[in-house]
Design a protein around this ligand. Structure first.
Ligand code: GDP
Ligand code: IMO
Ligand code: MG
Length: 431
């Protein structure tokens, strides 16, 4: 049996998952997205050439790798086809290597319309969603009225479900949010074009993954978002609408939990967050600004500036425990170059008590005051370094302190956006 790896974000997303998934897939036969949708923005840089993926798994640049969209993903047909067209125009063959689960719920125009109308109505208490319709699409799934990929094969049923859902949501759009209603027939017509292209890519993903595993072919499960955005364990309600933790890879891909052998937690060397919600170690000074500039912290999906702050070991400890992280990959270490000192949050003061792990929910997190430990920075450049011994002593000390505080070993380090700018201490696929 093969060894399979799950890659997940341990913070508020954008940890550098895409880069690492791409790097690791030289070892994998298949890469699977198992949750989220086109709210994700995963950046790959190969030989200086940048590719941003939203729905298509980050193994697509490797010709021999098959890519899978599992049942846990909410799929926008429009976004998917746009992404395929862009990749194919750049000379990457996608359609023949992409396999879509028939059970994925679709994101349709009324989901995005509702997402945006609700955010507008929330005013200053908005969640800061990506506006892609992710939340409303998951609502439909749980309410058992979702239109799923499989419904594209049955014209009559598709038309009927569309009429019902559009009628339901037009009431909300018009009378609660004073937004424009949508037309079910127009959406149906659009879907006619999409279905011709999407249906040939639909297959029994769950079965294929089982068979590949039986044959000893290695798989990689690619998480989107991050643990602190998880619908259950994140800073609720400032979260996304899916489980982003490693365990979600089993139901989201349609595989048994025993197939998830190694969990690689992607950890940015500092913290960022895009959208609203509490962020205890957020910086509002020139240090935070410097991290944002050097790290080019702008959302890969919406282009919004990401909020930046110190590394939060107490939040990471929570992520390590919930995900069962086997090894950490510390990314963007180079962005920390040149700092005089570095703060690490080792716990919080909450209601007069000291705690050493992130509490649950937005209210408790907002009430936390971080407790910092200060380490010396380093002035040397770590950009592009490919061996651990080449790192400055203070950078090595920072990494060792993170290991001790968070309770997981550092398996990999990323020192630049390019595939090659990577240090491996313990290869996740090694026995
Ligand atoms: P993801 O959503 O977790 O895949 O991360 P994003 O792609 O949204 O954001 C990570 C950003 O950091 C991208 O622009 C990457 O190209 C870049 N990046 C990844 N690793 C490194 C690194 O080690 N150093 C630097 N400087 N940039 C990196
Ligand atoms: P990747 O995979 C960072 C955030 C949004 C918002 C919240 C809810 O690139 O790491 P949603 O549209 O999902 O309902 O928005 O979640 N968010 C992300 N933040 N990286 C992402 O994905 C994100 N996907 C969603 O900014 O705060
Ligand atoms: Mg991203």
């Amino acid at each position: 049996m093969a060894k399979n790896v799950v890659v997940i974000g341990t913070q508020w997303g954008d940890e550098g998952k895409g880069k690492i998934v791409d790097w690791l897939t030289d070892q994998a036969a298949g890469v699977v997205r198992f949750q989220g949708g086109h709210n994700a923005g995963h950046t790959l840089v190969v030989g200086g050439k940048k590719t941003v993926l939203h729905l298509i798994p980050s193994g697509i640049l490797r010709e021999s790798v098959h890519c899978f969209i599992g049942s846990g993903v909410v799929l926008s047909p429009e976004a998917l086809l746009k992404e395929i067209d862009e990749l194919e125009a750049a000379g990457i063959q996608v359609a023949k290597r992409l396999h879509i689960a028939p059970t994925c719920p679709l994101i349709l125009p009324y989901h995005a319309a509702l997402d945006q109308a609700r955010e507008l109505a929330r005013g200053s208490s908005k969640i800061g969603t990506t506006g892609r319709g992710i939340g409303p699409a998951y609502e439909d799934k749980v309410a058992r009225r979702a239109i799923r990929v499989i419904d594209l094969f049955d014209e009559e049923k598709l038309q009927q479900k569309l009429q019902e859902n559009v009628a339901l949501y037009n009431v909300q759009l018009q009378y609660i949010y004073q937004a424009a209603p949508l037309n079910a027939d127009e959406i149906f017509q659009q879907l006619q074009i999409f279905r011709e292209r999407i249906c040939p890519m639909v297959s029994d993903v769950s079965r294929t993954l089982y068979d590949m595993n039986q044959r000893g072919e290695k798989l990689l499960f690619e998480g989107a978002q991050g643990t602190l955005l998880d619908i259950d364990h994140g800073t609720y309600p400032f979260v996304t609408s899916s489980n982003c933790v490693a365990g979600a890879a089993a139901p989201g891909a349609g595989v048994a939990p025993q197939m998830l052998n190694y969990v690689l937690g992607i950890v940015k060397a500092y913290t960022t967050r895009v959208g609203s919600g509490p962020f205890p170690t957020e910086l509002f000074d020139e240090v935070g600004q410097g991290l944002g500039e050097r790290g080019q912290e702008f959302g890969a999906t919406t282009g919004r500036a990401r909020r930046c702050g110190w590394f939060d070991a107490a939040a990471l400890k929570r992520a390590i425990q919930i995900n069962g992280v086997s090894g950490m990959c510390i990314t963007k270490l180079d962005v920390m170059d040149g700092l005089e000192y570095i703060n690490i949050c080792v716990g919080y003061e909450l209601n007069g008590e000291k705690i050493d792990i992130l509490p649950f929910g937005a209210d408790a997190v907002a009430a936390c005051t971080p407790i910092y430990e200060t380490l010396p920075g380093w002035q040397e450049s770590t950009f592009g370094i490919q061996s651990y011994d080449g790192l400055p002593e203070n950078a090595q000390a920072y990494l060792r302190r993170i290991e001790t505080l968070c309770g997981a070993p550092v398996a990999m380090i990323s020192t630049g956006p390019d595939r090659e700018e990577t240090i491996v201490l313990q290869h996740p696929y090694a026995d």
